[in-house]
Every structure is written in structure tokens, then in C-alpha cells.
Design a protein around this ligand. Structure first.
Ligand code: C2E
Ligand code: MG
Ligand code: MG
Length: 313
């Protein structure tokens, strides 16, 4: 139940009831058989939430969404071989709202399906623009949230976007988190097969954080395993994290999957992963997520540096 007190929480019955209601909703969020005293903060929180929700409903049509890209380095060839597409929301007043804040709201409101389709379109368009600019082809990876993964229109959407853009399906990869896959493994396997049959690559994102064990990997038709950032963070102190990375690399390679490490922030982490057989690295050490134009310039610069004869040679 909800509790409000006269006169602190309202001068009349109506105000008291309204605030007791607010308190009750908060109590319900905490589970059954509990109660909450009204706090002015509760309304402030829900007002802020409502404001975010209604702003997010219009973000797409108002052109407030943008795709940023973070390059991935092949640790053998030193080439940029892919980019991860990451969504950004520039709210005119709130400024940059981080995806961890707005993606869950978009999920809840069902907006993620249209936003995700837009992200795919944008990513394909940017990938083609880089090709036209003369850059070597790179794999473009787009994140899917659980709700998109469950959407009945997913496969049709992916096909339609690829057809409309003309991007080679083998240049697109979809990243799905381990927890989204494990929510309904049988259904996931079937859906993943359908997507793979279009020629699109599949990555398991944030691997190691969910409930799946290494042995689950063999059931999913994946092209890529992305080792979660938390293991990379722990590398220097934690022998278990190092052993786990060895295990993931060995198993993934045995299953003909590629291993990407995310969240590489230091040269030491990069060196560890390279010497332990990891295929690709992504992280602030190489490049932060940047706009499509900056990503193009970064890739061009990286390529020039590779071709430039070394001063010492
Ligand atoms: P994710 O797919 O695991 O993406 C990697 C996140 O790690 C990104 O956060 C990236 O900016 C961040 N990151 C990259 N390198 C480093 C590093 O060296 N250090 C640290 N500390 N962080 C690094 P971001 O862009 O805030 O995105 C967060 C999450 O939001 C993503 O996690 C993804 O799950 C979701 N997301 C982002 N864009 C989209 C999208 O277009 N659609 C969907 N459905 N989800 C998205
Ligand atoms: Mg990702
Ligand atoms: Mg990740």
C-alpha cells in the first residue's frame, strides 16, 4: 500500500490520495506486501521519466538520433576490418542521453523496432558511402536488443534494408547479447539460422556475463564471439579472467568463430589478447565511437599510416 501524511504530503484529501497512490505504485514496484511513504522525489522521478518517454517518441522524426561507429582492428594484419554501429540521442535540452538510459525505455515503449530499423538503414548507407569514398570494405556490426530479436518483422526488415541499400549481406553483422539469446534458446537458434541463411553474420555480445556456459556456444550458428569488457578490465589482476579468455578463444576457434575483445583501453591489454590468439580488438585504445565522417577519416588515416614507408626502414 501507499501512505501519505497530512499535512506534509497534501493539504486536502485529493492531494493526499494522489500522493498515496504514487507511493503505492512505488511500493508495487518493490514487490507484494510492502508499503512506501510518499516522497516528493517519487513524482519528480516519474515526471522526468514521462518527459524522457515523450521526447523519445519524437526523437526519430525530429532527427535527434545519430549513428556513431567504433573501429575494430585485426590483431594479425593491423588493419581496420570492421566497425560497430552505436546509437546516440542528442536531446535539444538534456544533451547527449547515453544508450544505457534510452534503449531500455525504447524497448519498453516498443519504439526500439522502428529505431532499430532506422539504425540498420543508416549503418548500411554509411558503409556504402565509405566504399564510394574509396575505403576498403569493412564489416558493419549493428546491435539488436531483446525486443527486436523477438520481433516478428526482424528477418523481413533486415532483408528489406539490405535490398534497398544494395549492401552485400556478408558485410553486415548483427550483435545479440548472450542474455537475449538465452532467454529462449530453441527459438533463438531457429531465428539465427534464418538470419545466417540471408548471408548476414551473427555475433554474441557481452559474452561471459550471462548464464550460458561455454558449451552453449556450439548450438548457435554464430560467426563472432565478443568477449565482455569486464574480463578485459580484470586481465591484469585476475588469473581467472585470463584463463577464461584462453578458454573462449580455444573453443570459439574450434567452432570456426572469430573472437573480438571489446573495451581495450591499454597497450598491455592489446598485447595480451594478440598473444593469446584473439582475432580483433575494439576499444578506446584504438578509437572511441565517432560520427560517420570521423570514422571515415580515421580509417583513411590508418590506411595511409600502414602504407607509409617507415622512417627507420
Ligand atoms: P555494446 O554493444 O556492448 O557496446 C559497447 C559499449 O562499450 C559502447 O557503449 C561503447 O561506447 C563502449 N566502449 C567501447 N570501447 C570502450 C572502452 O575502451 N572502454 C569503455 N569503458 N567503454 C567502451 P555505448 O555506446 O554507450 O552503448 C551501450 C550499449 O547500448 C551497447 O553495448 C548496446 O548494448 C546498446 N546499444 C548501443 N547502440 C545500440 C543500437 O543501435 N541498438 C540497440 N538495440 N542497442 C544499442
Ligand atoms: Mg555491441
Ligand atoms: Mg558488448
Amino acid at each position: 500500500g501507499g501512505v501519505s501524511i497530512y499535512p506534509e504530503n497534501g493539504g486536502d484529501a485529493e492531494a493526499l490520495l494522489k500522493n498515496a497512490d504514487t507511493a503505492m505504485y512505488h511500493a508495487k514496484e518493490k514487490g507484494r506486501n510492502t508499503y512506501r511513504f510518499y516522497a516528493a522525489k517519487m513524482n519528480a522521478q516519474s515526471t522526468e521519466q514521462l518527459m524522457l518517454e515523450s521526447a523519445l517518441r519524437r526523437a526519430l522524426e525530429r532527427g535527434e538520433l545519430e549513428m556513431h561507429y567504433q573501429p575494430k582492428l585485426n590483431l594479425q594484419t593491423q588493419r581496420i576490418v570492421g566497425v560497430e554501429a552505436l546509437m546516440r540521442w542528442h536531446h535539444p535540452v538534456l544533451g547527449m542521453v547515453p544508450p544505457v538510459q534510452f534503449i531500455p525505455i525504447a524497448e519498453e515503449l516498443g519504439l526500439i523496432v522502428s529505431m532499430g530499423r532506422w539504425a540498420l538503414e543508416q549503418a548500411c548507407a554509411d558503409a556504402l558511402a565509405w566504399q564510394k569514398h574509396g575505403l576498403p570494405q569493412v564489416l558493419i556490426s549493428v546491435n539488436l536488443s531483446p525486443r527486436q530479436f523477438e520481433s516478428r518483422t526482424l528477418v523481413a526488415d533486415v532483408k528489406a534494408v539490405l535490398d534497398a541499400s544494395g549492401l552485400d549481406p556478408s558485410l553486415l553483422e548483427l550483435e545479440i547479447t548472450e542474455s537475449a539469446m538465452m532467454a529462449n534458446p530453441e527459438q533463438a537458434v531457429e531465428l539465427l539460422r534464418t538470419i545466417r541463411d540471408i548471408g548476414v553474420g551473427l555475433a554474441i555480445d557481452d559474452f561471459g556475463t550471462g548464464y550460458s556456459s561455454l558449451s552453449h556456444l556450439k548450438h548457435f550458428p554464430l560467426s563472432t564471439v565478443k568477449i565482455d569488457r569486464s574480463f578485459i578490465n580484470d586481465l591484469s589482476q585476475d588469473a581467472d579472467a585470463r584463463a577464461l579468455i584462453d578458454g573462449i578463444v580455444t573453443l570459439a576457434h574450434g567452432l570456426r568463430m572469430k573472437v573480438v575483445a571489446e573495451g581495450i583501453e591499454t597497450a598491455a591489454q592489446l598485447e595480451f589478447l594478440r598473444s593469446h590468439g584473439c582475432d580483433e580488438a575494439q576499444g578506446y585504445w584504438l578509437c572511441k565511437p565517432v560520427s560517420a565522417g570521423e570514422a571515415r577519416d580515421f580509417m583513411a588515416r590508418h590506411l595511409r599510416n600502414q602504407f607509409a614507408p617507415s622512417v627507420l626502414a
